[in-house]
Design a protein around this ligand. Sequence first.
Ligand SMILES: [Zn+2]
Length: 402
Amino acid sequence: MKPIQLWLPLLNVSWDTPSFSRDIQRAQREWLGEDKVWLLPGLKETKRWCLQAGVSTYKECAIPSESFNVITIADVSKNTGMYPPVDTALPKDWNGKLPHNLLDLWLNSNDPAFGSTNNHFKMNLPFFSDEKVFFREVDIGFTPGPSFPIADIDEENNEIKLKWPPDDSNIIESISPEAESKEIFGNYGWEEEPVADGLNTVINESGRKATHTILLWDFPFKEMFPFGGGMDLLKQKQQLKYYALHAKKNQNRIAEQVSKFTSQGWTTLENQLILPTLVTEGLEELFFNIEGSFSIEVDSFKDFLNHKKYDEVFRKMIPVTRIFGWEGYFWWELNNLVNKRGKSIKSCALCGNIITGRIDKEFCSKTENSACFKKRKANNKRNERKVVNRRDKTKLKKRDHD
Ligand SMILES: [Zn+2]
C-alpha cells in the first residue's frame, strides 16, 4: 500500500466540531514528529518529553487547547507495518499490522448497540513541574453530548430508529447531526448526579429530557473508537456505505470527502520504514531491507543508528498523506478503490454483503465472507452431482434403448 500517516483521537469528537478542528490545526503546527499529542485546556505553553518503554523511546507533546483529547500519530509503512504498533485507537490484536480488509469489515459491520455510561473515566494525565513531566491518575467527567429523537422502536428485533433532521427543522441536508442538534436543542446537562451502573437522564434548558447512551461497537471498532463516538460517526458510516454502493455517480463526492479528511503532512523514513519494519518484522528483515534499498550494511542496531548516513537518510523530512481519524481512512480507502483502481463495489447476490472487485464479480470471496463462500461452493458441488446423475440416467436410458 501507499505509506500514510494516521492522526487518531482518543475521544471520537466529530471532526465538524469547530473547537476541535481549530485544536487539530494548532496541533499540526506545533507537532515535531511526536508519537502522541495531548490537547490540554489550561496549559500555558507547549511541552515535549520522551518516555522509555523497554528498548523503545516514545516522543510525546502537550499543547494548549480549547478541548481535551489525545491524538496518536501512527505511520503506516508500505508493508502495512505501523509505528507506534499499539496505542490508543490501535487494537492490540493487530500486532502492529494494519488489516488489509478494514474497509470491508467496516462496511459490513453491525450498527452499534446503545449502552449506559456516566461519562466518567480514570486516566493517567501528564503534569509538569520544573520542566519535568509526571503522570497522575485523574477521574475525568465529560458533559453529555447532543440529543436525537427516536422515530420508531422495533420491540421484536430490539432495534430503535433515530430520525435526523427532525421534520419541523429547516435543515436542508444534514452535514453534522451533532452540530445541528446543538443548534436546535442546545446543550444538555445531567438531571441528577449520573450513576455508573444504570440509566442516566439528561435535560436541556427548555426542559426537554433524553436518555444518555454510549455507542457500543463490535471488535475491532470498539478499540478503534475507544469512547464510542457519536451520531456524526454513525452518519459517516451510513454515507460511506451509500456512496460505496452508488460509487459511479458519487465519484466526486467520495473525492471531496477525502480532501476533507486528509492533508499534506510530513514524516521521516525512521518512522515510516525503519521502526515499523523493526517492530513488526524484526531486525533481520530490517537489515535485509536497508542493505537492498540503501546499500547500508551493519551488524547491530546500534551500529545502524551510528552509521554516518543515518541522520541524513532516515531523519530527513519526507512528504506523506496525513489522514484524520479512522473515518478519514475509510474514505481514503474507498477513493483508492473507486477513483484510482476503478474497482466495482456491490452487494453479494447471495448474502447481501458489500463486496469489491472486478466488474463481473457477483459473490463473496473466501476472505470477504467465508460462510457465504463455503455455502456457494457446497451448492455448486451439489449441482454438479445432480448434472452427473442426470447424465448417468440418460446413459442408462440410452442403454435400455440399445
Ligand atoms: Zn456473500
